[in-house]
Design a protein around this ligand. Structure first.
Ligand code: MAN
Length: 352
């Protein structure tokens, strides 16, 4: 077992019951995977709030954004004994050749003076919008480049799963830039600095073999048109990250290069965190990668929950050598842990 995380003593930081549902008739099923940033002397979390109707015995129901409905949503509902229903994963189900998420996610802010105690906003901050977000928006990564906050997030609809971009300078007014990376793609943090004249993003396209759920980099002059795609790391057969890997929050500049915390899952969908080091001048070059995870789902609140055996991060804040990682535990609650950056770098010995 490899785990160098120092978990907050007061985990969880926030639970589903700590936030109000966005509308009558829905419950908050999961609170997870926050983006993290500093703004005006406070730490902000842009959390994923996953909602669904209160479930009735013998049935499954899920909300879908529906601009044609006066309420803005419609409810998709099936009997559990419907022969066309395929429901094995608590996160997703299939019916008659179509796939649905079991929850509809929006993004909501929570604020803290000390990085430990957070107060969630009473209302959603960002909700899905348009035909590419009918199944919701998820897992925001936030970077501050010269006073503008760039939010890259997962857009989900029955068209597929892609990466959207929203910007803000004040966390009140937001500008939507649409889908910047088409399906299937997710897990896409921007680097907090340009590389020469270009922005750089780490992303995770996925599809059928050959290939897999691997991490890539791409570059852009304008954040909208992306090119120079390059695969920087693959999942590793037989290891803890054998089935899928994906970037966490934005890479951290260190004396040895860009440090990226990433998630890896095995065939049992057990999600751990690991680390990679990317070249300081060319982040499309992998220099080193941890052999063992730096964090594993071992606490009770990580092994048991909505989807157990998951630690998943897409948000952190840095203070010198201390990296505070905010993470979703068991896809259920928002937790925190600190790491020493030097200690992580010490594990990054060779390229594997
Ligand atoms: C998905 C991710 C996250 C989630 C994990 C674990 O691949 O995008 O939203 O936390 O799986 O279920």
């Amino acid at each position: 077992m490899a785990d160098i995380a120092r978990r907050f003593e007061n985990n969880p930081v926030l639970r589903p019951q700590d936030v109000a549902p966005s509308r009558d008739g829905l419950e908050v099923a999961c609170l997870l995977n926050p983006g993290a940033f500093r703004f005006g002397g406070r730490v902000g979390l842009l959390m994923r709030v996953a909602e669904r109707p209160i479930q009735q015995e013998g049935r499954i129901s899920t909300p879908v954004l529906d601009p044609a409905d006066p309420s803005g949503i419609s409810i998709v509902e099936f009997d559990l004994d419907d022969p066309q229903l395929d429901y094995k994963d608590p996160r997703i189900f299939h019916h008659g050749g179509r796939s649905y998420l079991t929850t509809l996610s929006h993004l909501r802010l929570a604020w803290s003076d000390d990085g430990v105690h957070f107060t969630p906003d009473p209302q959603p901050t960002l909700i899905g919008h348009g035909e590419l977000e009918t199944f919701g928006i998820e897992d925001a990564r936030v970077v501050d480049i010269d006073g503008t906050y760039y939010i890259t997030y997962t857009q989900v609809s029955d068209n597929g799963v892609g990466v959207g971009l929203i910007t803000t300078t004040d966390w009140r007014q937001f500008t939507r830039h649409g889908m910047i990376l088409p399906p299937s793609n997710k897990d896409a943090p921007l680097l907090p600095e340009k590389v020469g004249t270009k922005y750089c993003v780490i992303h995770r396209p996925s599809g059928m073999a050959p290939g897999g759920n691997y991490m890539w980099t791409a570059f852009s002059e304008d954040l909208i048109h992306w090119g120079e795609h390059r695969c920087i790391a693959q999942s590793r057969p037989g290891m803890w990250d054998s089935a899928r890997i994906g970037a966490g929050a934005a890479p951290i500049r260190t004396a040895r290069g860009w440090l990226e915390i990433y998630h890896g899952a095995d065939e049992n969908s057990r999600y751990c965190l690991g680390a990679m080091l990317l070249d300081a001048n060319d982040p499309s070059k992998l220099i080193a990668r941890t052999t063992e995870p730096i964090m594993e789902p071992i606490a009770g609140y990580e092994t048991t929950g909505f989807f157990g055996h998951v630690v998943f991060t897409n948000g952190h804040v840095q203070d010198g050598d201390t990296l505070t990682v905010y993470y979703g535990a068991a896809d259920d609650i928002v937790c925190g842990a600190t790491f020493s950056i030097d200690e992580i770098l010490g594990l990054l010995a060779q390229k594997t």
